[in-house]
Design a binder for this molecule. Structure first.
Ligand SMILES: Nc1ncnc2c1ncn2[C@@H]1O[C@H](COP(=O)(O)OP(=O)(O)OP(=O)(O)O)[C@@H](O)[C@H]1O
Ligand SMILES: [Mg+2]
Length: 262
C-alpha cells in the first residue's frame, strides 16, 4: 500500500444557514496517493476542500492532520501544516512575471531581495517537474490555463507541501492540456505528496486516481479503492441517479407545440 496517513475526515458535515452542504463524509489521504472526489454541481465538492484548506470550518465530525484533530481557522494554518490548495480560477495577477507569481506569499527568508536567485529557483523548480519554460519573466497571463495549473503544482511541491488539493484543474482545458496537467499531478504523487483531485470527469479521475469518492447532494454516494472499481462502473455511478436521464426523457417528450411561447 501507500505511505503514512496525511489527513482524515470522519463523518464530516457542514451547514450554511439552512443548506446542508455536506453530511457524513469520510475520506483518508496517504502519502503518494491520489484521492479523487467526484460529483455534480452543488454536490459539495468545493465545500469539502474548503474545510480541508482551512477556508471554512466543519460543524460535524472530525478532521485530523497526521493523526492530530484540528479545526483550522484560516488557509494560512492549513498551509503551515503542509496543505496547499490550487483553486480553479487560480487568482493570479495576469501581468505579474511567472517567477514573482511563483514566490507570491512565500517571499520570506533568504530569497526576499535576491531576484536573480528567485528567477533561477523558479526555472529549476519548473524544470524538476519537467516544465521547460524559456522565459520566467513572461507575464503569467501569457501562459495557457494548463501551464498555469502546472506552475501552481510545481510551486506547491517546491515549497514543501505534503498535501496538494486541486479543485477541477482540468475543467476548462482541452484533451491535450488536461493530459499535461494530469501528468504533473502524478509527478506530485511521485514526489511523495498526497493529492486530493476534485473533478466532474470520471475519465480524468480514472487515469490517475488511487481512490474515488462520489458525492451526491452533500452525501457520500460511494467510496472505492481503485482495485474495486473499473472506469465503466465509475462512470455509471457518476451518471446514475443524476438528473440527466430524466432531463433527456423530458426534452424528448416535449412537443414543440406545447412549449411556452418565447
Ligand atoms: N457560502 C455558502 N453559503 C451558502 N450556501 C453555500 C455556500 N457554499 C456552498 N453552498 C451550497 O452548498 C451546496 C454545495 O456547494 P458546493 O459549492 O460545495 O458544490 P460543488 O460540488 O463544488 O459544485 P460545483 O461543481 O458547481 O462547483 C450547494 O447547495 C451550494 O449552494
Ligand atoms: Mg465547486
Amino acid at each position: 500500500m501507500t505511505g503514512r496517513e496525511l489527513l482524515a475526515l470522519t463523518a464530516v458535515g457542514k451547514t450554511y444557514g439552512s443548506v446542508r452542504a455536506l453530511q457524513d463524509v469520510s475520506l483518508t489521504l496517504r502519502e503518494g496517493e491520489i484521492s479523487c472526489v467526484l460529483g455534480d454541481n452543488g454536490a459539495g465538492k468545493s465545500t469539502l476542500i474548503k474545510i480541508i484548506a482551512g477556508l471554512h470550518q466543519h460543524d460535524e465530525g472530525s478532521y485530523t492532520i497526521a493523526g492530530e484533530e484540528v479545526r483550522l481557522g484560516s488557509p494560512r494554518q492549513a498551509l503551515d501544516r503542509g496543505i496547499a490548495t490550487v483553486y480553479q480560477d487560480l487568482a493570479v495577477v495576469p501581468l505579474m512575471p511567472v517567477w514573482r507569481n511563483f514566490f507570491l506569499g512565500s517571499e520570506r527568508g533568504r530569497f526576499r531581495l535576491d531576484t536573480a536567485a528567485m528567477r533561477a529557483t523558479t526555472r529549476e523548480a519548473l524544470l524538476r517537474m519537467g516544465i521547460d519554460l524559456h522565459d520566467v519573466d513572461q507575464p503569467i497571463g501569457t501562459l495557457s490555463g494548463g501551464q498555469r495549473q502546472c506552475v501552481a503544482i510545481a510551486r506547491a511541491v517546491h515549497f514543501g507541501a505534503k498535501v496538494l488539493i486541486l479543485d477541477e484543474p482540468t475543467a476548462a482545458l482541452g484533451v491535450k492540456q488536461s493530459g499535461v496537467v494530469l501528468k504533473y499531478v502524478t509527478a506530485a504523487r511521485d514526489a511523495g505528496l498526497g493529492v486530493v483531485l476534485i473533478t466532474h470527469n470520471p475519465h480524468h479521475a480514472y487515469l490517475v486516481g488511487d481512490h474515488f469518492t462520489l458525492l451526491k447532494r452533500g452525501r457520500m454516494a460511494g467510496s472505492h479503492p481503485r482495485a474495486e472499481i473499473g472506469l465503466e462502473q465509475l462512470t455509471t455511478e457518476m451518471a446514475g441517479g443524476s438528473d440527466l436521464a430524466e432531463l433527456s426523457h423530458e426534452l424528448a417528450r416535449t412537443d414543440p407545440k406545447e412549449r411556452p411561447p418565447q
